[in-house]
Design a protein around this ligand. Sequence first.
Ligand code: SF4
Length: 471
Amino acid sequence: MDAIYTPPETLATLSGLDTGLLTAVVAGEARLTPEQALEIFHELPTPELGRWADARCRTVHGEAIRTYVIDRNINYTNVCTARCTFCAFRRDADDHDAYTLETEELLSKIEELVAIGGTQILMQGGMNPGLELDWYLDMLGAIKERFPSVHVHAFSPPELMEFIEFFGAEGDSLFAKARWVLGKLKAAGMDSLPGGGGEIFAAPVRRKIGLGKCDHEAWLTIMYAAHSLGMFTSASMMFGHIEGYADRIDHMRCVRTWQDKSLGVDAGPERCEGPGIFGHYKAFIAWPFQRDNSPLGRVKDWGSQAGDTGDFPGDVVATLYGDGDPMAHPEFGRRLRTSGTVDYLRTQALSRLFLDNIYSIGASWVTMGPQVGQTALAFGANDMGSVMMEENVVSAAGTTYCIDEPVLCRLIREAGFLPAQRNNTYDILRVHEGAESPDRAVRDWSEHRTKRLHIEQREQADAPLTIGMTD
Ligand code: SF4
Protein backbone atom coordinates (compact mmCIF):
# COMPACT_ATOMS: atom_id res chain seq x y z
CA MET A 1 0.00 0.00 0.00
CA ASP A 2 1.43 3.37 -0.97
CA ALA A 3 2.45 5.91 1.63
CA ILE A 4 0.21 8.50 -0.01
CA TYR A 5 -3.23 7.01 0.02
CA THR A 6 -6.68 8.37 -0.78
CA PRO A 7 -9.48 6.76 1.21
CA PRO A 8 -12.63 5.87 -0.70
CA GLU A 9 -15.71 8.06 -0.56
CA THR A 10 -18.35 7.45 2.08
CA LEU A 11 -21.86 6.90 0.80
CA ALA A 12 -23.35 7.94 4.10
CA THR A 13 -26.93 8.27 2.95
CA LEU A 14 -27.21 4.59 2.05
CA SER A 15 -28.25 1.83 4.42
CA GLY A 16 -25.43 -0.46 5.54
CA LEU A 17 -27.44 -3.31 4.02
CA ASP A 18 -27.58 -1.71 0.59
CA THR A 19 -26.18 -4.14 -1.97
CA GLY A 20 -24.76 -1.33 -4.07
CA LEU A 21 -22.88 0.05 -1.05
CA LEU A 22 -21.46 -3.34 -0.14
CA THR A 23 -20.46 -4.00 -3.76
CA ALA A 24 -18.58 -0.68 -3.75
CA VAL A 25 -16.92 -1.54 -0.40
CA VAL A 26 -15.75 -4.87 -1.83
CA ALA A 27 -14.25 -3.04 -4.83
CA GLY A 28 -12.53 -0.51 -2.57
CA GLU A 29 -14.68 2.30 -3.95
CA ALA A 30 -16.69 3.10 -0.81
CA ARG A 31 -15.91 3.43 2.88
CA LEU A 32 -18.40 2.32 5.54
CA THR A 33 -19.47 4.85 8.15
CA PRO A 34 -19.57 3.67 11.79
CA GLU A 35 -23.37 3.86 11.66
CA GLN A 36 -23.50 1.62 8.57
CA ALA A 37 -21.07 -0.80 10.25
CA LEU A 38 -23.30 -1.09 13.32
CA GLU A 39 -26.33 -1.70 11.13
CA ILE A 40 -24.45 -4.46 9.30
CA PHE A 41 -23.35 -6.04 12.55
CA HIS A 42 -26.86 -6.10 13.94
CA GLU A 43 -28.84 -6.99 10.85
CA LEU A 44 -26.88 -8.73 8.10
CA PRO A 45 -27.30 -12.52 8.37
CA THR A 46 -24.04 -14.30 9.21
CA PRO A 47 -23.63 -16.21 5.91
CA GLU A 48 -24.15 -12.97 3.95
CA LEU A 49 -21.73 -11.02 6.14
CA GLY A 50 -19.18 -13.77 5.61
CA ARG A 51 -19.69 -13.71 1.83
CA TRP A 52 -19.15 -9.93 1.60
CA ALA A 53 -16.06 -10.10 3.81
CA ASP A 54 -14.69 -13.00 1.78
CA ALA A 55 -15.30 -11.08 -1.45
CA ARG A 56 -13.42 -8.06 -0.06
CA CYS A 57 -10.58 -10.34 1.05
CA ARG A 58 -10.36 -11.83 -2.45
CA THR A 59 -10.19 -8.32 -3.93
CA VAL A 60 -7.20 -7.47 -1.73
CA HIS A 61 -5.42 -10.82 -1.58
CA GLY A 62 -6.54 -12.72 -4.66
CA GLU A 63 -8.12 -16.16 -4.93
CA ALA A 64 -5.20 -18.49 -4.49
CA ILE A 65 -2.93 -17.92 -1.50
CA ARG A 66 -3.45 -17.56 2.24
CA THR A 67 -0.48 -17.07 4.50
CA TYR A 68 1.18 -17.87 7.82
CA VAL A 69 4.44 -16.94 9.51
CA ILE A 70 6.83 -19.00 11.61
CA ASP A 71 7.67 -17.03 14.70
CA ARG A 72 8.01 -17.59 18.40
CA ASN A 73 6.41 -15.79 21.31
CA ILE A 74 9.03 -14.95 23.89
CA ASN A 75 7.93 -13.33 27.11
CA TYR A 76 11.10 -11.99 28.66
CA THR A 77 9.57 -11.16 32.06
CA ASN A 78 6.28 -11.70 33.85
CA VAL A 79 7.01 -9.09 36.51
CA CYS A 80 4.53 -6.29 36.03
CA THR A 81 3.42 -3.29 38.04
CA ALA A 82 0.12 -2.97 36.18
CA ARG A 83 -2.96 -4.88 37.28
CA CYS A 84 -5.15 -5.35 34.25
CA THR A 85 -8.27 -7.22 35.27
CA PHE A 86 -8.18 -9.57 32.27
CA CYS A 87 -4.59 -10.70 32.90
CA ALA A 88 -3.55 -14.02 34.41
CA PHE A 89 0.09 -13.64 33.39
CA ARG A 90 1.53 -10.91 35.59
CA ARG A 91 3.46 -11.50 38.82
CA ASP A 92 4.87 -9.26 41.52
CA ALA A 93 8.66 -9.20 41.66
CA ASP A 94 8.71 -11.23 44.90
CA ASP A 95 6.28 -13.96 43.76
CA HIS A 96 7.85 -17.41 43.72
CA ASP A 97 7.18 -17.85 40.01
CA ALA A 98 8.26 -14.37 38.89
CA TYR A 99 10.93 -14.54 36.21
CA THR A 100 13.11 -12.53 33.87
CA LEU A 101 14.87 -14.47 31.13
CA GLU A 102 18.65 -14.45 30.94
CA THR A 103 20.01 -13.46 27.53
CA GLU A 104 21.36 -16.98 26.93
CA GLU A 105 17.92 -18.52 27.59
CA LEU A 106 16.42 -16.09 25.12
CA LEU A 107 19.05 -16.83 22.49
CA SER A 108 18.54 -20.57 22.83
CA LYS A 109 14.80 -20.11 22.21
CA ILE A 110 15.63 -18.22 19.02
CA GLU A 111 18.03 -20.97 17.99
CA GLU A 112 15.17 -23.48 18.23
CA LEU A 113 13.02 -21.19 16.12
CA VAL A 114 15.64 -20.80 13.40
CA ALA A 115 16.07 -24.60 13.33
CA ILE A 116 12.44 -25.01 12.16
CA GLY A 117 12.67 -22.25 9.53
CA GLY A 118 11.34 -19.42 11.71
CA THR A 119 11.91 -15.83 10.68
CA GLN A 120 10.59 -13.70 13.51
CA ILE A 121 10.23 -13.40 17.27
CA LEU A 122 7.32 -11.74 19.02
CA MET A 123 8.87 -10.51 22.25
CA GLN A 124 6.82 -8.90 24.99
CA GLY A 125 6.86 -8.71 28.75
CA GLY A 126 5.34 -7.14 31.82
CA MET A 127 6.08 -3.61 32.97
CA ASN A 128 9.12 -4.44 35.04
CA PRO A 129 10.69 -1.40 36.74
CA GLY A 130 13.77 -3.47 37.61
CA LEU A 131 14.97 -3.48 33.99
CA GLU A 132 16.93 -0.47 32.76
CA LEU A 133 17.30 0.84 29.24
CA ASP A 134 20.74 -0.74 28.86
CA TRP A 135 19.26 -4.15 29.69
CA TYR A 136 16.95 -3.83 26.68
CA LEU A 137 19.64 -2.43 24.40
CA ASP A 138 22.07 -5.21 25.36
CA MET A 139 19.37 -7.86 24.83
CA LEU A 140 18.46 -6.53 21.40
CA GLY A 141 22.12 -6.17 20.45
CA ALA A 142 22.84 -9.77 21.47
CA ILE A 143 19.91 -11.03 19.37
CA LYS A 144 20.99 -9.11 16.28
CA GLU A 145 24.61 -10.13 16.68
CA ARG A 146 23.77 -13.87 16.83
CA PHE A 147 20.70 -13.83 14.54
CA PRO A 148 20.96 -10.82 12.21
CA SER A 149 18.20 -12.02 9.87
CA VAL A 150 15.61 -12.76 12.57
CA HIS A 151 12.95 -10.05 12.63
CA VAL A 152 12.38 -8.65 16.13
CA HIS A 153 8.70 -7.75 16.55
CA ALA A 154 8.79 -6.48 20.11
CA PHE A 155 7.12 -4.69 23.02
CA SER A 156 3.74 -2.90 22.90
CA PRO A 157 2.38 0.62 23.46
CA PRO A 158 1.67 0.01 27.20
CA GLU A 159 5.26 -1.20 27.64
CA LEU A 160 6.47 1.87 25.77
CA MET A 161 4.48 4.10 28.16
CA GLU A 162 6.40 2.54 31.03
CA PHE A 163 9.73 2.81 29.20
CA ILE A 164 9.12 6.55 28.71
CA GLU A 165 8.74 6.92 32.47
CA PHE A 166 11.38 4.41 33.61
CA PHE A 167 14.06 5.69 31.20
CA GLY A 168 13.36 9.42 31.60
CA ALA A 169 12.67 9.87 27.89
CA GLU A 170 13.49 13.26 26.43
CA GLY A 171 10.93 15.37 24.58
CA ASP A 172 8.12 17.84 25.12
CA SER A 173 5.24 15.63 24.04
CA LEU A 174 4.29 11.98 24.24
CA PHE A 175 5.02 11.65 20.52
CA ALA A 176 8.55 13.07 20.97
CA LYS A 177 9.24 10.92 24.04
CA ALA A 178 8.01 7.79 22.29
CA ARG A 179 10.25 8.58 19.31
CA TRP A 180 13.21 9.01 21.71
CA VAL A 181 12.72 5.55 23.24
CA LEU A 182 11.76 3.83 19.99
CA GLY A 183 14.74 5.37 18.20
CA LYS A 184 17.13 3.84 20.72
CA LEU A 185 15.41 0.44 20.63
CA LYS A 186 15.34 0.49 16.83
CA ALA A 187 19.04 1.34 16.64
CA ALA A 188 19.76 -1.62 18.94
CA GLY A 189 17.78 -4.11 16.84
CA MET A 190 14.02 -3.74 17.29
CA ASP A 191 12.33 -4.00 13.88
CA SER A 192 8.61 -3.48 14.48
CA LEU A 193 6.01 -2.91 17.18
CA PRO A 194 3.15 -5.38 17.82
CA GLY A 195 -0.34 -4.23 18.70
CA GLY A 196 -0.54 -5.56 22.24
CA GLY A 197 -2.63 -3.72 24.81
CA GLY A 198 -5.15 -2.42 22.29
CA GLU A 199 -8.04 -4.24 24.02
CA ILE A 200 -10.98 -1.81 23.60
CA PHE A 201 -10.18 1.88 23.11
CA ALA A 202 -13.35 3.46 24.51
CA ALA A 203 -12.45 5.20 27.78
CA PRO A 204 -15.34 3.87 29.91
CA VAL A 205 -14.36 0.26 29.09
CA ARG A 206 -10.62 0.86 29.27
CA ARG A 207 -10.83 2.41 32.74
CA LYS A 208 -12.80 -0.58 34.03
CA ILE A 209 -10.61 -3.36 32.65
CA GLY A 210 -7.21 -1.75 33.28
CA LEU A 211 -4.63 -0.12 31.05
CA GLY A 212 -6.06 3.27 32.10
CA LYS A 213 -2.57 4.70 31.99
CA CYS A 214 -2.21 3.85 28.32
CA ASP A 215 -5.41 5.44 27.07
CA HIS A 216 -6.38 5.11 23.43
CA GLU A 217 -4.81 8.43 22.51
CA ALA A 218 -1.48 7.32 24.01
CA TRP A 219 -1.70 3.88 22.37
CA LEU A 220 -2.34 5.38 18.94
CA THR A 221 0.26 8.14 19.40
CA ILE A 222 2.96 5.59 20.24
CA MET A 223 2.04 3.59 17.16
CA TYR A 224 2.20 6.78 15.12
CA ALA A 225 5.65 7.51 16.55
CA ALA A 226 6.75 4.01 15.46
CA HIS A 227 5.34 4.69 11.99
CA SER A 228 7.24 7.98 11.89
CA LEU A 229 10.45 5.99 12.33
CA GLY A 230 9.55 3.79 9.36
CA MET A 231 8.31 0.83 11.42
CA PHE A 232 5.42 -1.41 10.46
CA THR A 233 3.06 -2.30 13.27
CA SER A 234 -0.14 -4.23 13.89
CA ALA A 235 -3.37 -3.31 15.64
CA SER A 236 -5.39 -5.58 17.88
CA MET A 237 -8.71 -5.72 19.69
CA MET A 238 -9.77 -7.94 22.58
CA PHE A 239 -13.54 -8.09 22.75
CA GLY A 240 -16.32 -10.15 24.32
CA HIS A 241 -16.26 -8.81 27.88
CA ILE A 242 -17.93 -5.66 29.23
CA GLU A 243 -17.95 -3.63 26.02
CA GLY A 244 -20.91 -2.83 23.78
CA TYR A 245 -20.98 -3.67 20.09
CA ALA A 246 -20.61 0.04 19.24
CA ASP A 247 -17.32 0.05 21.20
CA ARG A 248 -15.88 -2.48 18.76
CA ILE A 249 -16.72 -0.23 15.84
CA ASP A 250 -15.34 2.84 17.63
CA HIS A 251 -12.12 0.87 18.15
CA MET A 252 -11.86 0.05 14.45
CA ARG A 253 -12.73 3.66 13.56
CA CYS A 254 -9.78 4.90 15.63
CA VAL A 255 -7.40 2.46 13.91
CA ARG A 256 -8.70 3.46 10.46
CA THR A 257 -8.42 7.18 11.19
CA TRP A 258 -4.83 6.98 12.47
CA GLN A 259 -3.89 4.66 9.63
CA ASP A 260 -5.02 7.40 7.23
CA LYS A 261 -2.60 9.77 8.99
CA SER A 262 0.26 7.32 8.66
CA LEU A 263 -0.58 6.72 5.01
CA GLY A 264 -0.35 10.45 4.34
CA VAL A 265 -3.99 11.50 4.60
CA ASP A 266 -4.73 14.31 7.07
CA ALA A 267 -1.09 14.29 8.13
CA GLY A 268 -0.21 16.18 11.27
CA PRO A 269 2.93 18.32 11.69
CA GLU A 270 4.75 15.33 13.18
CA ARG A 271 4.80 13.72 9.75
CA CYS A 272 8.07 15.45 9.27
CA GLU A 273 10.17 12.91 7.45
CA GLY A 274 8.25 12.90 4.19
CA PRO A 275 6.37 10.28 2.22
CA GLY A 276 7.94 6.89 1.80
CA ILE A 277 9.71 6.88 5.15
CA PHE A 278 6.60 6.39 7.27
CA GLY A 279 5.52 2.93 8.28
CA HIS A 280 1.92 1.97 8.94
CA TYR A 281 -0.32 -0.76 10.34
CA LYS A 282 0.17 -3.92 8.30
CA ALA A 283 -2.39 -6.04 10.11
CA PHE A 284 -5.40 -6.12 12.37
CA ILE A 285 -6.25 -9.08 14.56
CA ALA A 286 -9.16 -9.35 16.97
CA TRP A 287 -9.70 -12.07 19.52
CA PRO A 288 -12.27 -12.82 22.20
CA PHE A 289 -11.43 -12.38 25.87
CA GLN A 290 -10.33 -15.61 27.61
CA ARG A 291 -11.78 -15.59 31.08
CA ASP A 292 -10.03 -18.30 33.12
CA ASN A 293 -7.75 -17.22 35.98
CA SER A 294 -8.27 -13.50 35.56
CA PRO A 295 -10.15 -11.09 37.85
CA LEU A 296 -12.35 -9.95 34.96
CA GLY A 297 -13.26 -13.57 34.28
CA ARG A 298 -14.89 -13.79 37.73
CA VAL A 299 -17.42 -11.11 36.81
CA LYS A 300 -20.93 -12.56 36.45
CA ASP A 301 -22.40 -13.16 33.01
CA TRP A 302 -25.23 -10.91 31.90
CA GLY A 303 -28.51 -12.66 32.52
CA SER A 304 -27.24 -14.72 35.43
CA GLN A 305 -28.56 -12.38 38.15
CA ALA A 306 -32.10 -11.46 39.13
CA GLY A 307 -32.82 -8.11 37.57
CA ASP A 308 -30.59 -8.65 34.53
CA THR A 309 -33.23 -7.60 32.06
CA GLY A 310 -33.22 -5.25 29.12
CA ASP A 311 -30.18 -4.26 27.10
CA PHE A 312 -26.68 -5.41 28.00
CA PRO A 313 -25.04 -2.65 30.12
CA GLY A 314 -22.12 -2.32 27.70
CA ASP A 315 -24.53 -1.55 24.86
CA VAL A 316 -26.30 1.09 26.96
CA VAL A 317 -23.00 2.86 27.66
CA ALA A 318 -21.28 2.39 24.29
CA THR A 319 -21.31 4.96 21.50
CA LEU A 320 -19.75 4.84 18.05
CA TYR A 321 -17.33 7.59 19.07
CA GLY A 322 -15.96 6.24 22.39
CA ASP A 323 -17.58 8.93 24.51
CA GLY A 324 -20.21 6.96 26.41
CA ASP A 325 -21.30 7.76 29.94
CA PRO A 326 -20.21 4.94 32.29
CA MET A 327 -23.02 5.94 34.66
CA ALA A 328 -25.67 5.24 32.03
CA HIS A 329 -26.21 1.74 33.45
CA PRO A 330 -25.64 0.75 37.10
CA GLU A 331 -24.31 -2.68 36.16
CA PHE A 332 -21.79 -1.47 33.56
CA GLY A 333 -18.53 -3.27 34.20
CA ARG A 334 -20.25 -5.74 36.52
CA ARG A 335 -21.55 -8.09 33.85
CA LEU A 336 -19.83 -9.95 31.03
CA ARG A 337 -21.02 -10.92 27.58
CA THR A 338 -18.49 -13.43 26.33
CA SER A 339 -18.03 -14.14 22.67
CA GLY A 340 -18.81 -17.41 20.88
CA THR A 341 -17.83 -18.59 17.43
CA VAL A 342 -20.54 -16.71 15.52
CA ASP A 343 -19.87 -13.45 17.36
CA TYR A 344 -16.15 -13.88 16.68
CA LEU A 345 -16.66 -14.55 12.96
CA ARG A 346 -19.09 -11.65 12.60
CA THR A 347 -16.69 -9.25 14.31
CA GLN A 348 -13.78 -10.37 12.17
CA ALA A 349 -15.86 -10.15 8.96
CA LEU A 350 -16.91 -6.62 9.85
CA SER A 351 -13.28 -5.64 10.45
CA ARG A 352 -12.43 -6.76 6.90
CA LEU A 353 -15.16 -4.56 5.45
CA PHE A 354 -14.62 -1.55 7.73
CA LEU A 355 -10.82 -1.43 7.80
CA ASP A 356 -10.38 -0.65 4.11
CA ASN A 357 -6.86 0.68 4.68
CA ILE A 358 -5.44 -2.33 6.56
CA TYR A 359 -3.81 -4.96 4.37
CA SER A 360 -4.02 -8.06 6.51
CA ILE A 361 -6.80 -9.40 8.72
CA GLY A 362 -5.54 -12.25 10.89
CA ALA A 363 -7.52 -15.29 12.03
CA SER A 364 -7.35 -15.89 15.76
CA TRP A 365 -7.06 -19.67 15.96
CA VAL A 366 -4.86 -19.40 19.07
CA THR A 367 -7.89 -18.63 21.18
CA MET A 368 -10.72 -19.92 18.99
CA GLY A 369 -9.16 -23.22 17.96
CA PRO A 370 -7.77 -24.43 14.62
CA GLN A 371 -11.11 -25.29 13.04
CA VAL A 372 -12.63 -21.91 13.82
CA GLY A 373 -9.42 -20.30 12.56
CA GLN A 374 -9.84 -22.25 9.33
CA THR A 375 -13.45 -21.06 9.05
CA ALA A 376 -12.23 -17.50 9.61
CA LEU A 377 -10.54 -17.76 6.19
CA ALA A 378 -14.06 -17.67 4.73
CA PHE A 379 -14.97 -14.62 6.85
CA GLY A 380 -12.41 -12.14 5.59
CA ALA A 381 -9.14 -13.35 7.10
CA ASN A 382 -6.15 -13.78 4.77
CA ASP A 383 -3.61 -14.88 7.32
CA MET A 384 -3.42 -17.69 9.86
CA GLY A 385 -0.80 -15.99 12.01
CA SER A 386 2.02 -18.00 13.43
CA VAL A 387 2.97 -21.56 13.96
CA MET A 388 2.83 -21.66 17.74
CA MET A 389 5.92 -23.07 19.46
CA GLU A 390 5.20 -21.47 22.79
CA GLU A 391 2.34 -19.41 24.14
CA ASN A 392 2.09 -17.98 27.59
CA VAL A 393 -0.13 -14.97 28.12
CA VAL A 394 -3.39 -16.19 26.63
CA SER A 395 -2.79 -19.73 27.89
CA ALA A 396 -2.71 -18.40 31.43
CA ALA A 397 -6.21 -17.05 30.94
CA GLY A 398 -7.90 -19.84 29.03
CA THR A 399 -7.84 -22.02 25.98
CA THR A 400 -4.75 -21.79 23.84
CA TYR A 401 -3.88 -24.12 21.01
CA CYS A 402 -0.43 -25.02 19.74
CA ILE A 403 -0.03 -26.30 16.19
CA ASP A 404 2.92 -26.93 13.93
CA GLU A 405 3.62 -25.99 10.32
CA PRO A 406 2.17 -29.12 8.63
CA VAL A 407 -1.13 -28.69 10.52
CA LEU A 408 -1.29 -25.00 9.68
CA CYS A 409 -0.68 -25.76 5.99
CA ARG A 410 -3.30 -28.49 6.02
CA LEU A 411 -5.89 -26.16 7.57
CA ILE A 412 -5.26 -23.56 4.87
CA ARG A 413 -5.31 -26.13 2.03
CA GLU A 414 -8.51 -27.75 3.28
CA ALA A 415 -10.09 -24.29 3.30
CA GLY A 416 -9.46 -24.12 -0.44
CA PHE A 417 -6.23 -22.12 -0.65
CA LEU A 418 -2.54 -22.64 -1.26
CA PRO A 419 -0.62 -22.24 2.00
CA ALA A 420 2.33 -19.86 1.84
CA GLN A 421 4.92 -18.84 4.40
CA ARG A 422 5.33 -15.06 4.72
CA ASN A 423 7.65 -12.74 6.58
CA ASN A 424 6.76 -9.82 8.88
CA THR A 425 6.12 -7.46 5.97
CA TYR A 426 3.85 -10.01 4.29
CA ASP A 427 6.26 -10.84 1.48
CA ILE A 428 5.74 -14.44 0.37
CA LEU A 429 8.74 -16.66 1.18
CA ARG A 430 7.48 -20.05 0.00
CA VAL A 431 4.28 -21.22 -1.68
CA HIS A 432 3.50 -24.84 -0.86
CA GLU A 433 2.29 -26.44 -4.09
CA GLY A 434 4.26 -29.65 -4.51
CA ALA A 435 4.53 -33.05 -2.84
CA GLU A 436 7.31 -31.75 -0.60
CA SER A 437 4.93 -29.26 1.07
CA PRO A 438 4.97 -29.54 4.88
CA ASP A 439 1.46 -31.04 5.03
CA ARG A 440 1.78 -33.30 1.98
CA ALA A 441 4.98 -34.83 3.33
CA VAL A 442 3.23 -36.06 6.49
CA ARG A 443 2.61 -39.81 6.73
CA ASP A 444 1.19 -40.04 10.24
CA TRP A 445 -1.04 -37.17 11.36
CA SER A 446 -1.25 -38.59 14.86
CA GLU A 447 2.25 -37.20 15.38
CA HIS A 448 0.99 -33.71 14.66
CA ARG A 449 -1.89 -33.45 17.06
CA THR A 450 -2.98 -30.05 18.32
CA LYS A 451 -1.85 -29.26 21.84
CA ARG A 452 -4.06 -27.36 24.23
CA LEU A 453 -1.65 -25.50 26.45
CA HIS A 454 -3.86 -24.47 29.33
CA ILE A 455 -4.86 -28.08 29.96
CA GLU A 456 -1.52 -29.74 29.38
CA GLN A 457 0.40 -27.24 31.46
CA ARG A 458 -1.85 -27.70 34.44
CA GLU A 459 -1.55 -31.46 34.16
CA GLN A 460 2.15 -31.01 34.83
CA ALA A 461 1.96 -30.01 38.46
CA ASP A 462 5.51 -28.77 38.67
CA ALA A 463 5.49 -26.91 35.39
CA PRO A 464 4.95 -23.16 35.75
CA LEU A 465 2.45 -21.67 33.39
CA THR A 466 4.34 -20.11 30.54
CA ILE A 467 2.73 -17.13 29.01
CA GLY A 468 2.66 -15.55 25.54
CA MET A 469 0.94 -12.48 24.22
CA THR A 470 -0.37 -12.34 20.71
CA ASP A 471 -0.11 -9.36 18.45
S1 SF4 B 1 -1.83 -7.34 30.46
FE1 SF4 B 1 0.33 -6.76 30.37
S2 SF4 B 1 0.36 -4.75 31.37
FE2 SF4 B 1 -1.59 -5.69 32.00
S3 SF4 B 1 -1.10 -6.74 33.93
FE3 SF4 B 1 -0.81 -8.25 32.27
S4 SF4 B 1 1.38 -8.17 31.80
FE4 SF4 B 1 0.88 -6.30 32.95
